[in-house]
Ligand binder design. Structure first.
Ligand SMILES: Cc1cc2nc3c(=O)[nH]c(=O)nc-3n(C[C@H](O)[C@H](O)[C@H](O)COP(=O)(O)OP(=O)(O)OC[C@H]3O[C@@H](n4cnc5c(N)ncnc54)[C@H](O)[C@@H]3O)c2cc1C
Length: 267
């Protein structure tokens, strides 16, 4: 832990405890917060005693997942009646992590950290998740995942806002899904990740993360052919180069993986 200016850790038990003062940040699993120097932080507000159920079934049959739901809890959500839950395990296993991260990292922390390798970002984007964000004036606002993540380590989360839940519609949870990932080495960070779903009416959605600065979501009102998918991937302009892959390699691999996902969903 490298938090040299930390003076206080508060445990939040009620929403009223979530009024953040200057220098305070929410603490979820702490796996990212404790992994890098955070000299700007003077206080942490622990969210894990708020008692939010990890997930609940919504009235429409969809899922409401608490921001504090851990990766371990997420992959245990039963897939019976909601086959798209298979994407949770695929996304979770795509994260480069130890068992300690698996058991403590939260879906909310993953979304807010907004790393390009945040596979739970791609998975929730492919499922048309809506984020419920508590605002400091006791209100809330809602946002699609692809509009929430603006770039590497950048989101629309304003000072004092707390991510409360991730809302997944019943239709998306009933969809068939497919997932592909590639990295330069067997245990390497993702070069590119493609998560896809196909609804009963043929609507097909593909999310691309890992190699793009922000999540890219490709939507097709009816099952796309190979050319449609290639053309949509070729329209992406946010590829980046880093130690985990060159931009042109990432674009080329995404063409291949997106076609794989399309073909699996069409089968
Ligand atoms: C070994 C290792 C490997 C990792 N591999 C990956 C990887 O492959 N991909 C990846 O994406 N990440 C990776 N991470 C980073 C991190 O562990 C994950 O992103 C994790 O999901 C963060 O969740 P957390 O609950 O631990 O968040 P925390 O560390 O508690 O918080 C992360 C950030 O989110 C904020 N925050 C947390 N919850 C909320 C909330 N509800 N509302 C508002 N703000 C909130 C915190 O203030 C902080 O700024 C890795 C970390 C380690 C140590």
């Amino acid at each position: 832990m490298d938090l040299p200016n930390l003076a206080r850790v508060r445990v939040a038990r009620h929403r009223s405890d979530l009024v953040l003062s200057s220098g305070e940040a929410p603490l979820a699993g702490g796996t990212w917060l404790y992994s890098e120097p955070q000299a700007h932080l003077t206080g942490l507000v622990d969210l894990m005693e708020l008692g939010w159920p990890a997930w609940t079934t919504r009235n429409d049959g969809g899922l409401s997942i608490a921001a504090t739901c851990t990766v371990a809890e997420l992959v245990r959500i039963p897939a019976a009646g909601r086959p798209a839950a298979a994407l949770f395990r695929a996304g979770a296993e795509s994260l480069l992590q130890s068992f300690k991260v698996w058991n403590t990292a939260t879906i909310g922390g993953n979304l807010v950290t907004a790393l390009a390798a945040g596979a739970l970002i791609g998975v929730t984007a492919a499922l048309d998740a809506e984020l419920v964000i508590w605002t400091p004036d006791d209100g809330e606002r809602r946002s699609a995942v692809e509009r929430f993540v603006l770039g590497q380590r950048a989101t629309t989360l304003a000072a004092g806002e707390v991510l409360r839940s991730i809302e997944l519609p019943a239709g998306a949870m009933a969809a068939r899904t497919a997932f592909r990932r590639i990295a330069l080495s067997p245990l390497g960070r993702a070069g590119t990740v493609v998560a896809g779903r196909r609804d009963a009416d043929g609507t097909t959605v593909l999310s691309i993360t890992g190699g793009t600065a922000r999540p890219e979501v490709l939507r097709f009102p009816e099952p796309p052919g190979p050319d449609h998918v290639v053309a949509a991937v070729d329209g992406i302009r946010t590829w980046f180069t880093d130690a985990h892959g060159a931009a042109d390699w990432r674009a080329a691999m995404t063409r291949v993986l997106a076609e794989d996902v399309r073909a699996e969903l069409a089968a």
